[in-house]
Design a protein around this ligand. Structure first.
Ligand code: ADP
Ligand code: MG
Length: 381
């Protein structure tokens, strides 16, 4: 895609630069971020690319090559949270969040973007959009913000401006990931560790299977799980479930009398422990060893948190049945994507089995592609 050329056709001048920010897939650690626990995402090769030029009149012009809508034109100083605005709310929210935090982007900007991140597949096309906008404005307006600071502002844009109560994992992954690594993020202090994740040299592949479904059931589920986790923490006398040690999980569960809360607590505390196990296995060079941990994580999401769906369960069972090393749903659930760890030589056969299982069940054909741990946000031109 020639985003710079399209920018020039659209706005009548050449952009000052072009930036890219990736989507992400989460290897392990689900619904742990808002419990101040641990997550382990990697950046995908799929990116949102933005060509950007500064203005001096306080106007923000936004255009997406992927959406059939004319250029949106907004005044920077009248941006208001939750005022609607469809897709434009994501980049506009970033401008709002920057200004709210006292950063001078008052001149405005012209932005044209295009993305290869599949939307609504749980691969964070929204975070890619926010982070590419934040990084471009940070560079052009010389704001001097760090990557984690940009991620936090992008999250604030999504939370407060767009109105989606997401955690900070997606934006941090898009802003901070490094080529060939998974990012270990402590969602309490936001400290980061880059963990080498070189599948190719090990003869392995991580497949992403996008089920291409999104069940309406998911609509209130995130807020309900979040509320349940907060209730669990309160009943256990801790500020967040991150503070419950895995070794103390049985006694913690004994102290909870609501079966639903017990399931949520068991998922979160055990998934934090699975993140620790995956990191230890990767540190020890035992990449194959993480397969069973992924599958265990899926069972926890399916049975305890109850956010899976027939399509995601079928990816996991058919992939593992065809010889995958392990698999789990990833992201918010009720559809979206799963990750599958396979021997390189088995990748095709496993993908074929998953496709055949979907066809047999009468499901929409899934999209399957390898997840190569890719770089985080960067300036291209
Ligand atoms: P996910 O982040 O999992 O892909 P979300 O629902 O959080 O799903 O974000 C998807 C939304 O982000 C889209 O509905 C659209 O508003 C916006 N978006 C993503 N990619 C683009 C794009 N290339 N152009 C315009 N808007 C986009
Ligand atoms: Mg999103």
């Amino acid at each position: 895609m020639d985003v710079a050329g399209e920018f020039k056709d659209l706005y009548g001048y050449a952009p000052e630069g072009v930036w890219a920010a990736p989507g992400r897939v989460n290897l392990i650690g689900e619904y742990t971020d808002f419990n101040e626990g641990f997550v382990m995402p990697l950046a995908l090769p799929h990116v949102a690319v933005a060509a950007v030029g500064r203005r001096s009149d306080g106007i923000l012009r936004l255009h997406s090559a992927d959406i059939d809508e004319p250029v949106a034109e907004l005044a920077v100083d009248t941006l208001t949270p939750l005022s609607g605005g469809g897709w434009a709310a994501y980049p506009a929210g970033v401008v709002w969040a920057l200004r709210e935090a006292g950063h001078a982007v008052d001149g405005g900007a012209d932005i044209h973007l295009s993305s290869t991140v599949p939307t609504g597949a749980g691969l964070s096309s929204s975070a890619a959009l926010e982070v590419v906008t934040a990084l471009a404005l940070n560079d052009l307006y010389e704001l001097g913000l760090s990557r984690p600071e940009l991620a936090l502002l992008a999250q604030r844009a999504e939370n407060a401006f767009v109105g989606v109560p997401c955690g900070v994992m997606d934006q941090t992954a898009s802003a901070c990931c490094v080529d060939g690594h998974v990012l270990h993020l402590d969602c309490r202090d936001l400290s980061i560790r880059q963990v080498p994740f070189d599948l190719e040299s090990q003869g392995l592949r991580l497949l992403v299977v996008d089920t291409r479904v999104k069940h309406a059931l998911g609509d209130g589920a995130y807020a309900e799980r979040r509320e349940g986790c907060e209730t669990g923490a309160r009943q256990l006398g801790v500020s967040h479930l991150r503070d419950v040690d895995y070794a103390e999980l049985p006694s913690a569960l004994d102290r909870l009398n609501d079966e639903r809360i017990r399931r949520y607590v068991r998922h979160v505390v055990s998934d934090d422990q699975r993140v620790a196990r995956v990191m230890a296995l990767l540190d020890a060079g035992d990449v194959r060893g993480i397969g069973p941990v992924l599958t265990e994580g899926h069972a926890s999401l399916r049975d305890d948190l109850r956010i899976s769906c027939p399509e995601l369960d079928l990816v996991v069972s058919s992939a593992n049945g065809a010889g995958a090393l392990g698999a789990r749903m990833t992201g918010g659930g009720f559809g979206g994507s799963a990750v599958v760890l396979v021997e390189e030589g088995d990748a095709e056969a496993v993908a074929k089995s998953v496709r055949a299982a979907f066809e047999g069940a009468g499901f929409t054909a899934p999209r399957v592609f390898p997840a190569v741990a890719s770089p985080g946000a960067r300036r291209l031109v």
